[in-house]
Design a protein around this ligand. Structure first.
Ligand code: PMP
Length: 306
């Protein structure tokens, strides 16, 4: 059974988990009008630290701006709430979920309802399973495409977008795959259900561009930055589906999935069928941020306060 933490931040204060309720007629529940973030807090040699908290929360405000939602609390208040809720629950290794949604206040699609905000946190290990980080997963290309850029903006991390992610992920699991990869409406590669994609050709990283209906991931940006700083070439470019079958290595990344190698796509083995040297190097650089092997030169680790 799911174990819930004791405390949650809701509309400006810390409350008991069971007391953080919203009305069943909240706009967000009916129309998908919510925005959210997923952030991890890691145990580091210098104590627990929230990884790129401010960058994630800035993206939350950007998502809200796209949907014309004026959030009732500012960035500093939200950052403080994130620290407070982790500390209050006595967690050190945790997943954080700040979110905002249109609440109760009218029935129309364009109703300017009051906006509620919350921050939840809980313990979370590797999203696709402990073994996935080591051995990789089997993925498939989904029969569902991502939305066209003139329909729903993929650059907003909004609740409604995740109807697409659910179709892709649930289809993949139903067919026995670890995760699904979607094509954009152009027919070119987009991203995973909840992860960005990297392909390796001749030692260089190739990743799909933000114009390919994907979320501009903070893990993606971390990898691009670390790779370039360590002499690994990174190319952002349109990629056709068949390159999944031709690349030397393949992995997906995201806050939840971290860096998960992909060992096969649509039943075709990728490279040697196990995580290759570039994937391993990127994993080392990334996880090294949390065990001290990689220097945090960008101030990405925000030490847990409270
Ligand atoms: N794409 C989608 C659709 C996602 O939901 C996520 C997870 N937030 C990502 C990519 C990866 O983004 P990030 O690295 O910022 O977690």
């Amino acid at each position: 059974m799911q174990q819930y933490p004791d405390w949650i931040w809701h509309n400006g204060s810390i409350k008991r988990w069971q007391d953080a309720t919203t009305h069943v007629m909240a706009h967000g529940l009916h129309y998908g009008s919510s925005v959210f973030e997923g952030i991890r807090c890691y145990e580091t040699p210098d104590g627990p630290a929230i990884f790129r908290l401010t960058d994630h929360n800035r993206r939350l405000y950007a998502s809200a701006r796209i949907y014309d939602m004026a959030l009732p609390y500012d960035l500093d208040t939200l950052n403080a709430a994130c620290h407070e809720v982790i500390a209050r629950n006595g967690l050190t290794r945790a997943y954080l979920r700040p979110f905002a949604w249109r609440g109760l206040g009218g029935f129309g699609l364009s109703a300017d309802t009051p906006i509620e905000m919350s921050v939840a946190t809980w313990f979370m290990g590797p999203y696709l399973g402990e073994a996935a980080l080591e051995t990789g997963i089997d993925a498939c290309v989904s029969s569902w495409q991502r939305f066209a850029p003139n329909t729903i903006p993929a650059g907003a991390k909004a609740g409604g977008n995740y109807l697409s992610g659910q179709l892709i992920a649930r289809e993949a699991r139903r067919l026995g795959f670890g995760e699904g990869i979607a094509l954009a409406s152009t027919g070119l590669l987009s991203e995973g259900a909840g992860e960005n994609l990297f392909l390796v050709f001749d030692g260089a990283l190739h990743t799909t561009p933000v114009s390919a209906a994907l979320l501009n991931g903070i893990t993606r940006n971390t990898i691009i930055t670390l790779a370039r700083e360590n002499g690994i070439e990174v190319v952002e470019r349109d990629l056709p589906r068949e390159y999944l079958y031709l690349c030397d290595e393949l992995f997906m990344c995201g806050t939840a999935a971290e860096i998960t190698p992909i060992r096969s796509v649509d039943g075709r083995q990728v490279g040697a069928g196990r995580p290759g040297p570039v994937t391993r190097r990127i994993q080392d650089l990334f996880f090294g941020l949390f065990d001290g092997r990689t220097q945090d030169t960008h101030g990405w680790l925000e030490p847990l306060q409270g």
